[in-house]
Design a protein around this ligand. Structure first.
Ligand code: DON
Length: 582
């Protein structure tokens, strides 16, 4: 037997004590239904008013938060076709009030068996960006249908026929085009035009962006959803829908097989749970293959070492940029699908490790990213949705769902209405080669058959004695830092509207610069940061679409907010039907 050195033992002991302290504080901050009354109200926040309404309707029909979340997600897949849907996947963070337990459903897409490390490398040894983001070659095996089925089997009270009914109706009857829809259609116009089924569904008859108010009908998608409602997962991963997907994907150059679909399953994982804010809060968030929970915990632990709340904008921005930079470096280095690679979650969450990171931050001076020793070379590159639900009993769902870029791969499977994702681009196609979000990765996120690509989606809860927060947003690589900023607002006891509307800034290690919304920094503040050595980049437009719910344990008030940057809506209703907030 080899005895570890004394110093090592001491480190282990300190680490163990810190861990047990953190576990003890976690227990102290977990919501206790015996101490707090149940919220007594239903709340839904989502990116589209029709989806929010669908969720509220299910709650009023006797469904719980899990049934409502299915209804909201299914509806978003129809009325926000660019963001997430049955051709994609996502992460579902649950709180089961009667058992006082958290669950995390990983319904992330999986690489088909034919994919391999160099799947996107062309004859010149370069990454074929077109193959990685457009058409069926970019699509991983979808997880959304399996998530609906799993949630219904294990957590819901109502059958899929009831929870999918609103989405089916919206697909049949159509939804009116809105400005946000127009913007995202414009963004992927060329790709949509390449695939006739997509052009027919999402553009007007001249192949142009439809006018506001024009109806988008998806009758084939209604049939596909109906089959899923009647047959459960077999109605998607086997039978007519599966056969159509495999045939059409192969005809269009992709590599899916029936076995890829039949083998898909969701995975229940332990959520990341950390005590933050000097033991006053518990963060519950997404574990790998999301990078969100780990990065959020790291950043919040680093911030704990500073009196960040009392800093002025410039020093606070500097501090935020530096903790973001360090967490995103670890993301790029270490994170990937835990079913395939060992992800050092414990080490990354170790408070001592993050204190060391915090100690390397120099006040008033930027740390160049490449001086931190990580993957080299990056260049700039560049939709998804989030829903938050709480029912009157206190069950909660925070779910971020995606098909990746707006309109995913742009490829709709003919005859099914299923718009396929391009989530394969979230893998690292080549060490150091940036993906569409400019993110780099290493070995841990290399492509392998059946593997899940690393994600930034960070559906989260933040619990303290005083309040419960449900929070999340889309936004690619910027998701994690948006959720961080939202959480910091919550930690300062600000109203839920502030969490979703706070001006945003972001640093992701590489490219080495602070991206910011115009309202986040004045010209004078920008100048001061430049003097400290920061490169700044105006994000060009506002970004993100955060959906949040707050339950104040002190006065029992439930409030919800949809990001003012988006088209979403938040509602709070009494079970009897009175609307409290709209
Ligand atoms: O899983 C991820 O990190 C990305 N596929 C999310 C994409 C996204 O949020 C795009 N939103 N605007």
């Amino acid at each position: 037997m080899i005895f570890p050195s004394l110093r090592h033992c001491t480190t282990l002991l300190i680490t163990a004590v810190l861990w047990s302290l953190s576990i003890a504080t976690q227990a102290a901050t977990t919501p206790d239904s015996a101490l707090h009354p149940r919220p007594g109200q239903h709340a839904v926040a989502s990116a589209h008013p029709l989806a929010t309404r669908a969720g509220i309707d299910i709650l009023q029909q006797g469904g719980n938060a899990f049934d409502a979340a299915i209804a909201v997600a299914a509806s978003l897949g129809v009325v926000e076709p660019y963001s997430a849907g049955i051709g994609g996947g996502g992460f579902w963070l649950l709180y089961l009030a009667d058992r006082d337990e958290y669950r995390f459903i990983d319904a992330r897409e999986k690489a088909p068996a034919a994919a391999h490390r160099d799947y996107y490398i062309n004859a010149d040894g370069k990454v074929d960006r077109d193959k990685a983001i457009n058409g069926p070659t970019a699509a991983a095996i979808p997880g959304q249908a399996a998530a609906f089925d799993w949630l219904t089997q294990h957590y819901g009270r109502l059958p899929l026929q009831q929870t999918l009914a609103a989405a089916i109706q919206q697909a049949q009857q159509g939804f009116p085009v809105y400005e946000h829809y127009q913007r995202l259609t414009g963004w992927r116009l060329d790709t949509l035009r390449r695939y006739p089924q997509s052009a027919r569904l999402f553009l007007n008859k001249d192949g142009e962006i439809p006018e506001v108010g024009e109806l988008i009908r998806q009758p084939e998608l209604a049939v596909t959803l109906q089959r899923l409602a009647e047959q459960g997962r077999a109605g998607f991963y086997q039978g007519a829908t599966a056969a159509a997907m495999v045939k059409q994907v192969q005809q269009a150059g992709g590599d899916w097989t029936l076995a890829d679909l039949a083998n898909y399953s969701v995975v229940e994982r332990q959520p990341i749970r950390t005590s933050v804010g000097h033991g006053q809060f518990e963060l519950i968030s997404a574990p790998p293959p999301s990078s969100g929970g780990v990065a959020l915990s790291q950043m919040l632990t680093m911030l704990e070492q500073f009196d960040w709340q009392s800093l002025d904008t410039v020093p606070q921005t500097q501090l935020l940029a530096e903790v973001m930079r360090r967490a995103y470096l670890d993301r790029a280095r270490y994170l990937g699908d835990p079913d395939f690679v060992p992800v050092p979650v414990k080490q990354l969450l170790d408070p001592a490790y993050n204190r060391q990171w915090a100690a390397s931050i120099e006040p008033g001076k930027a740390t160049p990213s490449l001086s931190l020793q990580g993957p080299k070379n990056i260049k700039e590159g560049f939709h998804t949705t989030h829903l938050s639900v709480m029912d009157a009993e206190g069950n909660m769902v925070s779910a971020t769902l995606s098909i990746n870029l707006p309109f995913g791969s742009g490829f709709t499977v003919p005859g099914t209405g299923i718009l396929l994702n391009n989530e394969m681009d979230d893998f690292s196609a080549h060490p150091g080669a940036p993906n569409a979000y400019g993110l780099v990765g290493a070995e841990a996120n290399a492509i392998a058959p059946g593997k899940r690509p690393l994600s930034s989606m960070s559906p989260s809860f933040l619990i303290s004695r005083d309040q419960t927060a449900i929070i999340g947003t889309p936004g690619g690589s910027r998701i994690i830092t948006m959720v961080l900023l939202g959480i910091l607002e919550a930690m300062q006891d600000k109203p839920v509207q502030d969490w979703v509307s706070r001006p945003r800034l972001h640093h992701q290690y590489l490219p080495d610069r602070i991206q910011y919304e115009a309202a986040a920094l004045t010209a004078a503040e920008q100048s001061e940061l430049k003097v400290m050595g920061y490169t700044l980049k105006d994000a060009g437009r506002q970004y993100g679409n955060m959906q949040a719910i707050r339950w104040d344990h002190r006065n029992g008030e439930v409030s919800a907010a949809a990001d003012p940057r988006g088209y979403g809506s938040a509602m709070v209703v009494e079970p009897a039907g009175n609307t409290i907030q709209k």
